[in-house]
Design a protein around this ligand. Sequence first.
Ligand SMILES: NC(=O)c1ccc[n+]([C@@H]2O[C@H](COP(=O)([O-])OP(=O)(O)OC[C@H]3O[C@@H](n4cnc5c(N)ncnc54)[C@H](O)[C@@H]3O)[C@@H](O)[C@H]2O)c1
Ligand SMILES: [Zn+2]
Length: 356
Amino acid sequence: MAAQEEDRDTAALDYPIVVGEELLGAIAGFVRGRVAPCLVLCDADANVVKLARQIAAAAGSKRVLPFVLGESRKRMATLERVLDAMHEADAERETLVLGVGGGVASDLFGLAAATYMRGVAYAHVATSLVAMVDAAIGGKTGVNLRGGKNLCGVFRDPAAVFCEVAALATLPDRALREGLAEVVKAGVIEGGELFENLETLSPHPFSRWPWVEVIRAAIRVKAAAVAEDPLESGARARLNLGHTFAHAVERASRYRVAHGTAVAIGLRAAGELALRTGRFSEREHLRVLALLALFGLPLQTAVDPDAIFAAMRADKKRRGGQLRFVLPRAIGDVEYGVTCSARTVRAVVARLGRPP
Ligand SMILES: NC(=O)c1ccc[n+]([C@@H]2O[C@H](COP(=O)([O-])OP(=O)(O)OC[C@H]3O[C@@H](n4cnc5c(N)ncnc54)[C@H](O)[C@@H]3O)[C@@H](O)[C@H]2O)c1
Ligand SMILES: [Zn+2]
């Protein structure tokens, strides 16, 4: 299948990223090529477990360890449980750990593999859109601490990433839309064909979308930014478009607002801040809002604007007194490291409870 032949179309990174439907054969080939024991860790969702068992059977692995995950379980206690289970399953230095699941699985299992016996090889089979276009790509792993999201983790590249597009058929609609917020973000960063294709696709039911193409295009945006700046000291920051606001909305809501939803609101806020500071045109801003709305993503939030602003200030304190934004100058041209006056930021946040 063409989808598998082109596994290097994201060649900006040093590991294969395979995007396609029915990847069992490709995954089994990769595992067998390593002539090492393989241990499969997966999210405990029934559909994901079923896929993980098929993968294990195809790859000749006897062990599948399912874990109940979710954002509230992406923390140290679960990490310890995973590490203990790996040990009980006789994982050794040469073991290849194969994680199956969404973004929580890739962050958590990736960190477990990076730290077990000071690091064993890890490959991820992404089953959610967020994991395919974002979480599983780029080598960031982590868990949350009481004080905030992803505060503990390491950068460590996977040995391979497989985006099993067929898995999207069972992904809840809400989770799919969460992923689309990140795809729209990639579209605003990249512009051109990616953004226009999303506009063309938006009226069609998800079942008719050319997902392999869409996912590949979004991965290319992420992979290019990561390749340029793997440890996020500069250019990778542009992937944080909308995220300064989004993280504040998530924190202020005590994580009741999911990440993708917060990203949609953050994209609106970044657009408005860019508009107010004379960077962005109203016409393009409205195009971005229209696309988010067509994907059923919310553009406003009931979270108290004062709490959002306070969360942003707390973030600013931690980052040495400067709050930096990624702002669009045009669809396809974003600027990072932008500082803005607190008054202007506050004015933007104050409006987030109302329609744009
Ligand atoms: N490391 C990074 O660079 C990075 C980037 C973006 C997001 N993330 C992280 O990713 C996480 C969000 O990822 P997510 O949205 O995939 O959440 P998730 O992993 O919790 O998955 C969402 C839900 O879908 C279920 N699920 C997954 N695949 C399924 C399938 N094929 N069929 C049915 N159900 C399925 C899961 O059980 C879960 O209930 C956050 O913790 C975020 O911080 C990390
Ligand atoms: Zn994000």
